[in-house]
Each structure stands twice: as structure tokens, then as C-alpha cells.
Design a protein around this ligand. Structure first.
Ligand code: PSU
Ligand code: MN
Length: 319
């Protein structure tokens, strides 16, 4: 029986991966600053319909700072960096949208699925497109019940292998923060405190944990990025930990009390896997009367603004 030759591999030029919006493609070609934004926070981290308004607002903040936004998502089996009109509405409005981590990308592309990308999937696709800076709210990390559940976000492992600068307000405070910091150290992920000696606490300005390195300007972050490029070696992410302003943080006493209740309910109902983070974020929003949502949004806005300034500083030295 004659052997059938293997099908030719799809050409990168036929199916760019991710598909870039014209705005992102042009900015990259001209070495202008671009900031990647994730979509899980929009689809699964914020209540509808406010999430659409926020998605647009975050893109506007990037543009106001002189950079181009590249929101990342998978639609009908195609990965995108830079959404055009109608696509952002879909990400915010489609209740059937999946949550895609890095490991979910291949099945989603192969099966024509649609989904929002977490930090791990966004960082991977953004780096693949040649983007150098990415903004989010808080990273995933080691969960407090790790000994029992072994729940550690895939964000950490992926960031350990991906050369991108991630601006965040620390890791979500629903996590075991000291354990997550320890994992970041073991994995070789760089951590810089932005104008702080303490690792931020997502909803809170400080987690109470120290950071080893503090930077004060976007230019200093860009200089660290350059030094990493010059050093070479295995790729790993650089985390820029940018605290929510103290005036916008959640009241720490309210935070601790409501979070304890949220973790309790999570355990009682046996919520596990990808559902844990959206459940906890939603519980906190409800039980704090929306205060945790406002703190979350203040953190994300600050991160997006800073990411745009870092991308601009990086683009300025690259010219
Ligand atoms: N930051 C936010 N809200 C979010 C997330 C981050 O302010 O919803 C998302 C990110 O996409 C992150 C994900 O990658 O939560 C982590 O989910 P998990 O713990 O299931 O890995
Ligand atoms: Mn998890």
C-alpha cells in the first residue's frame, strides 16, 4: 500500500499566529510601543456589562500614553493580538467564552473554539508576536490550600520560560503570597518593586513581603530589560510589581475578613481548578459591596498606564 506523504505544515504567512490587528502590525514594524492586554480579566474577572466599558477604557489608557494596545484572545480557533471593533464586544459579552491557559491554546485552535486568555496564554502569544510588555491585574500563583489541592496557577511556569515584562499589582491576594514569591525565585522570574520596597498585595498596596529590587522610573525598567537582553541565557519573565495607590486600596480589615469567608465557601462547595479564581473574585466583589472591584480596577488602570510608559521607554532605547 503506498504511503501517503504527510500533509505540509501550515505556513506562518498563511496563518500568522497570533493574527495581528493592522494597528499592532504597523506599530511593531515601526518599532513603536505596544502593550499586550489579557482578556480573562474582561471575560471572567469582571461583572457584565461593566467589563466592556473597562476593556475599552484600558485600551484608551494605553493610547493616551502614546502606545498601541494589543488585547489577546482566541476567536473561532484563531489567536489574535489586537482586537478590532466587534471582537472586544464579543469577549466581554459572550457568556460561552472559555478560559484558556497556555495548555488550552492547541485544542482551542484545532477545534475552532473561542476563549479569553489568562496571563499564561497571553504572555505566550504576546511574546510569540514579538511584544515586550504586558499589563494585567494580578498574576495567578500558589493557592493557600496548595498542600491539599496542589493548585498552582500555570502562570508561574509559563512566565519562567517566556521573555516578557509583565506589569501587575503583585499576585492575587486570594493566594499564598509568600509561597508564590518563593516559587518565582525558584523559577528564576525577576521581580522589581515599582517605587516600593514591598511586594504589592493586589487589592492592597502592600502584601507585607519585601522585594529585593526597587525601581523608580519607566526608564529604569527599560534599562533592566536591556541588561537582560545583553545577558542572554534562558528566557524568563520580568515582573514589575506596581502597587495600587493607598487611597484606592481595599480596607485591609475588610479584605481579611471577607477573604476568610470566601475561602471557606470555596472549600465547602468543592470549587476547584479554573473556577476557583473567578469564584473568589466575584464573591469578594459581592461581599464588599463592590469595594474590591473598585480596588481591582484602580490597580489594573495603574498597571496599564505604567506598562505603556515602560513600552515607550523601551522603544526609545531600541531606536
Ligand atoms: N487579574 C485580575 N483578574 C483576573 C485575572 C488576573 O485582576 O481575572 C486572571 C488572569 O487571567 C490570571 C488568572 O492568569 O486570573 C489566573 O487564573 P488561575 O488561578 O485559574 O490560573
Ligand atoms: Mn488554578
Amino acid at each position: 500500500m503506498p504511503l501517503r506523504p504527510p500533509a505540509p505544515a501550515p505556513q506562518e504567512s498563511d496563518r500568522p499566529l497570533p493574527v495581528l490587528s493592522a494597528e499592532v502590525r504597523e506599530a511593531l514594524a515601526e518599532r513603536r510601543p505596544v502593550v499586550a492586554l489579557e482578556s480573562t480579566i474582561i471575560a471572567h474577572g469582571l461583572p457584565r456589562p461593566r467589563n466592556l466599558q473597562v476593556a475599552g477604557e484600558l485600551e484608551d489608557l494605553v493610547r493616551e500614553a502614546g502606545a498601541v494596545p494589543a488585547t489577546v484572545a482566541v476567536l473561532d480557533g484563531r489567536a489574535h493580538a489586537g482586537l478590532v471593533s466587534g471582537q472586544l464586544e464579543r469577549v466581554a459579552g459572550d457568556t460561552a467564552l472559555r478560559k484558556l491557559g497556555h495548555r488550552d491554546l492547541a485544542p482551542a485552535l484545532a477545534l475552532g473554539a473561542s476563549g479569553a486568555t489568562t496571563v499564561s496564554a497571553t504572555a505566550f502569544l504576546a511574546a510569540r508576536a514579538g511584544l515586550r510588555v504586558f499589563a494585567t491585574g494580578g498574576l495567578g500563583g500558589v493557592h493557600r490550600e496548595w498542600v491539599r489541592t496542589q493548585d498552582e496557577s500555570a502562570d508561574l511556569r509559563l512566565l519562567a520560560r517566556t521573555g516578557i515584562t509583565v506589569v501587575c499589582a503583585g499576585v492575587k491576594s486570594i493566594l499564598d503570597v509568600p509561597a508564590t514569591l518563593q516559587r518565582l525565585e525558584t523559577l528564576g522570574v525577576g521581580v522589581l518593586g515599582y517605587r516600593t520596597e514591598h511586594f504589592p498585595g493586589f487589592y492592597l498596596s502592600s502584601s507585607g513581603e519585601p522585594v529585593d529590587w526597587t525601581v523608580r522610573t519607566p526608564q529604569e525598567v527599560a534599562a533592566v530589560m536591556r541588561a537582560r537582553d545583553a545577558l542572554g541565557g534562558p528566557a524568563a519573565a520580568l515582573v514589575v510589581a506596581n502597587p495600587v495607590p493607598r487611597a484606592d486600596q481595599l480596607d485591609p480589615a475588610v479584605h481579611d475578613r471577607v477573604l476568610a469567608g470566601a475561602l471557606e465557601v470555596c472549600r465547602e462547595r468543592g470549587i476547584t481548578g479554573q473556577a476557583v479564581t473567578p469564584f473568589l473574585l466575584e464573591y469578594l466583589t459581592r461581599e464588599t459591596g463592590g469595594a474590591s472591584l473598585e480596588a481591582n480596577l484602580a490597580a489594573v488602570r495603574g498597571n496599564v498606564r505604567l506598562a505603556a510608559r515602560i513600552a515607550a521607554a523601551d522603544a526609545a532605547v531600541a531606536r
